[in-house]
Design a protein around this ligand. Structure first.
Ligand SMILES: [Zn+2]
Length: 257
């Protein structure tokens, strides 16, 4: 699954006490971990994470007091038993603000055997308010007993890396759309004049990817409006529409005036 599949699974399914996130690259696994954490602290009863409640907002800004990421100490080759014991002690304490406390363990596959045993003890009897998210590049390094107690999230690698120029234009455009900044939109589409047909296709792909990634921020039908616009834009590129006309179309559809 990719991040958007995980988002829909979280919003429609129940939450588990422990997850193990594998596949893709470290950045993508961290993003998946954060999404699970946000879903766990979200106040909404259904469709978590809602993206707008106090806890979601703090989670997105990485300032939620009940979400922590545990990492190995600098220069240490492994996650040691001391780190895991400290985690266990913190996990036993009630969360400050949210209904749950989330503990993301980065590079969980680097837990040494003692650390894994400490982790196993926590997973065997997890505090009712705690959620653990183990991120792992090599899950086979983890004890079977640890793995079997976690809900598995296997991420597929991200699509082909797009050209930096394209992702920059997409980021500008998406930023302006999220801020409802019409003038920003006009500015963001300007470099589209010079795009080739392939680059224009890539731009639409990049925008669609961003739209799915940032679903939670695109509320009030704005996500659907964007995705519909991109479907039409795809057709326009296919019909050899020039970049400046395509940019004009995007502005006309996405502006708020
Ligand atoms: Zn929420």
């Amino acid at each position: 699954m990719d991040i958007s599949d995980l988002a829909s699974r979280l919003s429609s399914g129940r939450l588990f006490h422990a997850y193990i996130v594998t596949g893709a690259d470290a950045d993508t696994r961290e993003r998946a971990g954060k999404l699970i954490a946000q879903a766990a602290v979200c106040q909404a009863e259904h469709g978590v994470p809602c993206g707008v409640c106090r806890d979601c907002v703090k989670a997105k800004k990485n300032i939620h007091p009940d979400i922590e990421t545990v990492r190995r100490e600098k220069d240490a080759a492994n996650l040691t038993v001391d780190v895991m014991r400290a985690l266990r002690a913190r996990a036993a304490v009630l969360p400050n603000e949210a209904g749950r406390g989330v503990h993301i363990i980065a590079e969980a596959d680097l837990m040494n055997p003692q650390a894994q045993n400490a982790m196993l003890k926590v997973l065997e009897e997890p505090p009712s308010h705690a959620v653990f998210v183990l991120l792992a590049d090599n899950p086979q390094m983890l004890l079977e007993t640890v793995r079997s107690r976690c809900e598995s999230v296997v991420l597929t690698p991200e699509e082909a890396v797009l050209d930096q120029k394209i992702t920059d234009i997409a980021a500008e455009l998406m930023g302006a759309y999220l801020r409802m900044d019409d003038l920003g939109l006009v500015k963001a589409v300007r470099p589209m004049d010079k795009l080739t047909k392939t680059e224009s296709f890539d731009l639409v792909t990049a925008l669609r990817r961003d739209a799915l990634r940032r679903s939670a921020e695109l509320t009030g039908g704005r996500r659907e409006r964007l995705l519909e616009t991109l479907d039409t834009a795809d057709g326009m590129v296919f019909a050899n529409m020039k970049g400046n006309l395509l940019g004009g179309y995007l502005v006309s559809r996405l502006c708020n005036i």
